[in-house]
Design a binder for this molecule. Structure first.
Ligand code: FES
Length: 132
């Protein structure tokens, strides 16, 4: 039923999400939600030398929210925080091969939660005095 609306790649990430789960000792956590539909995403990052060593996610959401969350983790794993901070919802959608027009908003969760996690990380580092 979903396959008529979504391409194969989206269905694949929906059926077999990559990097799903949490990181108990995460260095940064970020979240984002869409109040209109109630979907929400939380990202957990393990960071070493300003690089994302590991990333996991928990999402409550639609097919597109699950697929874009999965793709978000793939696109930024191994990237520096500066590189990851450039990720846009359009990058995520393109990497999946596109989404139906009315589902484009779902890809915003990944980019927003990532930016929130990176902001939280920098805030915590500043609080610890690790950066000025
Ligand atoms: Fe809410 Fe997809 S319908 S994120």
């Amino acid at each position: 039923m979903y396959s008529q609306e979504f391409n194969e790649n989206v269905i694949d990430h929906f059926m077999s999400p990559r990097n799903a789960g949490t990181i108990p000792d995460a260095d940064a956590i970020g979240s984002s939600g869409d109040p209109k539909c109630g979907d929400s995403l939380t990202l957990y990052l393990k960071i070493k030398n300003d690089r994302i060593e590991d990333i996991r996610f928990l999402v409550f959401g639609c097919v597109a929210a699950i697929a874009t969350s999965s793709m978000t983790t793939i696109l930024v794993k191994g990237k520096t925080l500066e590189e990851a901070d450039q990720l846009t919802d359009e990058d995520i959608t393109n990497a999946l091969g596109g989404l139906p027009e009315h589902k484009l908003h779902c890809s915003v969760l990944g980019a927003d939660a990532l930016k929130n996690a990176i902001d939280n990380y920098y805030f915590l580092q500043t609080e610890k005095g690790a950066i000025e």
